[in-house]
Design a protein around this ligand. Structure first.
Ligand code: TMP
Length: 215
């Protein structure tokens, strides 16, 4: 994928449960990278392309999404990602741009696999097919307890409000958190776990420190 005359950009993904502070850290890292003279592109999932944004609406807010089967949900997230990888992320990396992604395939492994309970082999195979070999160079997992996530969202277990996913019970988000920590243990070279209750500045410094060798 790299152009001969130009270094390939780095692909950095951010993961974690709702309200863990991903967007704040992505914005801070973007500012730091741009100050260091890097081209930076931000993406979010589901979404990030015309196709993906329509899929996002269906997955998160459309009334038609309410009765969605877990298998259909898995394939829609994968569809959004397949488009994003080919239309946006791959070409940007090839131009030498750094891509910072708000969620990527680990979200599917964890939400549809660990939390919804879909077969892990099927989830892995669909993820692999969707990304076509493009994997993150580094993933930052902002680890947050469910009680703190709920507090930040201003939502309690069983309450209405929030999007389709946020209306899931605490037990679902316990499985999300455990699923992420299991993944991080399985892939320590790629995934860095950060305590999301630390100060914003501290977290940002840890991220920059980790990327120092590349900068
Ligand atoms: P967010 O934009 O607030 O991160 O919301 C995206 C929601 O979709 C969040 O609840 C996590 C969920 N999700 C999945 O279940 N699977 C996926 O593959 C992705 C990307 C997100």
């Amino acid at each position: 994928m790299a152009l001969p005359s130009m270094a390939r950009g780095r692909f950095i993904t951010f993961e974690g449960t709702e309200a863990c502070g991903k967007s704040t850290q992505i914005a801070r890292l973007r500012d730091a990278l741009q100050a260091a003279g890097r081209e930076v592109l931000l993406t979010r999932e589901p979404g990030g392309t015309g196709v993906g944004e329509r899929v996002r609406e269906l997955l998160q807010h459309a009334p038609e999404g309410e009765g969605m089967e877990p298998e259909a949900e898995l394939l829609l997230f994968a569809a959004s990602r397949a488009q994003l990888v080919r239309e946006v992320v791959g070409p940007a990396l090839a131009r030498g741009t750094w891509v910072l992604a708000d969620r990527f395939l680990d979200s599917t492994t964890v939400y549809q696999g660990a939390a919804r309970g879909l077969d892990r082999g099927a989830v892995d195979a669909i993820n692999t097919f969707a990304v076509g070999g493009l994997l993150p160079d580094r993933t930052f997992l902002l680890d947050l307890e469910i009680t703190e996530s709920r507090r930040r969202l201003g939502l309690r277990d069983g309450e209405g409000g929030g999007d389709r996913m946020e209306r899931e019970p605490d037990a679902f988000f316990e499985r999300v958190r455990a699923g992420y920590l299991d993944l991080a243990e399985a892939e320590p070279d790629r995934i860095r776990v950060l305590d999301a209750t630390a100060g914003e500045g501290d977290i940002a410094r840890r991220i920059l420190g980790d990327l120092d060798a590349w900068l």
